[in-house]
Design a protein around this ligand. Structure first.
Ligand SMILES: Nc1ncnc2c1ncn2[C@@H]1O[C@H](COP(=O)(O)OP(=O)(O)OP(=O)(O)O)[C@@H](O)[C@H]1O
Ligand SMILES: [Mg+2]
Length: 290
């Protein structure tokens, strides 16, 4: 699903003493079928932006287009209900929203709400649970008997079972151990690659994740869009990273260290372990041939 923001602004509690301008004059295009990331320091407006993308909030200024929906401050909330079915959102710590007595019922809740028959909703829930790695032996148990990582995956199954085209991810791996983080990121990536029109917008503070998965990165600061770049452009540009206080991905850091230590140029835009190894081997070959 394609997203276009035209001079979008958002102010919380307008007209009250607590008024906060969270977004100011944001214009951007997020192409359909791509994996986008939004980065920036705390309070820069990332989560607010994401909540506009699925119609949970409306912009207080400007115009937003998400797929076939146009959203302005005048749009009625009821006209956005349908958008929310197509744009799934995974909040930070989504397991806090688990509530039903069994795991499978919890995941069925969304599909049932969409009007699916009970039997179909149950099948869809079970299939989705298996896909996120929650085995059948657990389906009739209470979600509160699960481990933290399993609860997170159950909550994610609840979003995927709605069969969205657009997946909005707000720090989906926060608080998990490295293994759990990788599993969940791979899960989203597998989902993304399954159909060409599937689109992801990820908010993350982990630049290793962003470099590894994203096609396109939006940098926010103080409620404004600062720049949009490919990971290759952004993550090899040490000066820009420093300006926005973004960490350099580990793979890039290793290759830059190799370049500094050897005094020979190394292409540092590698974001996977395999690609990094290839670069090191290519460098070594050049080293040997003098
Ligand atoms: N519900 C709210 N009511 C009032 N102000 C809010 C609310 N949510 C966020 N804000 C304010 O809006 C601004 C942007 O917040 P937002 O949560 O979008 O930032 P963020 O980039 O997601 O930050 P973080 O990285 O900490 O999650 C901040 O100044 C924040 O204090
Ligand atoms: Mg946030």
């Amino acid at each position: 699903m394609r997203i276009e923001a035209e001079h979008v602004g958002y102010t919380y509690m307008s007209g009250s003493p607590f008024e906060t301008e969270a977004l100011r004059d944001v214009s951007l295009v997020l192409d359909s079928g791509k994996y986008h990331a939004v980065v920036g320091h705390t309070g820069s407006g990332k989560s607010t932006l994401l909540q506009l993308f699925n119609g949970l909030e409306k912009p207080t200024e400007g115009k937003l287009t998400v797929g076939d929906w146009t959203i302005t401050p005048e749009t009625k909330q009821r006209d956005l209900y349908d958008l929310r079915r197509h744009a799934g959102i995974v909040f930070q710590f989504p397991e806090q929203q688990l509530f039903d007595e069994t795991i499978v019922k919890d995941v069925m809740y969304g599909p049932l709400n969409l009007g699916l028959e009970r039997e179909k909703a149950e099948q869809l829930a079970k299939d989705t649970l298996l896909r996120v790695g929650i085995g059948e032996e657990l389906h009739a148990r209470s979600p509160f008997e699960l481990s933290g990582g399993q609860m997170r995956r159950t909550a994610i199954a609840g979003v995927l079972a709605m069969e969205p085209e657009l997946l909005l991810l707000d720090e989906p791996t926060a608080g998990l151990d490295p293994k759990g983080q990788k599993e969940i990121m791979e899960l989203f990536y597998d989902w993304f690659k399954e159909k060409p029109e599937r689109t992801i917008v990820l908010i993350s503070h982990d630049m290793n994740q962003v470099a590894r998965y994203a096609d396109h990165v939006v940098v926010m600061a103080d409620g404004e869009k600062q720049l949009e770049k490919t990971p290759a452009e952004l993550f090899t540009d040490g000066t820009t990273l420093q300006t926005y206080q973004l960490a350099m991905p580990e793979t890039v850091r290793i290759l830059k260290a190799l370049e500094d230590a050897s005094g020979r140029p190394v292409a540092s835009d590698a974001f996977t372990r395999e690609e990094t190894l290839r670069r090191i081997l290519a460098w070594e070959k050049g080293e040997r041939s003098g």
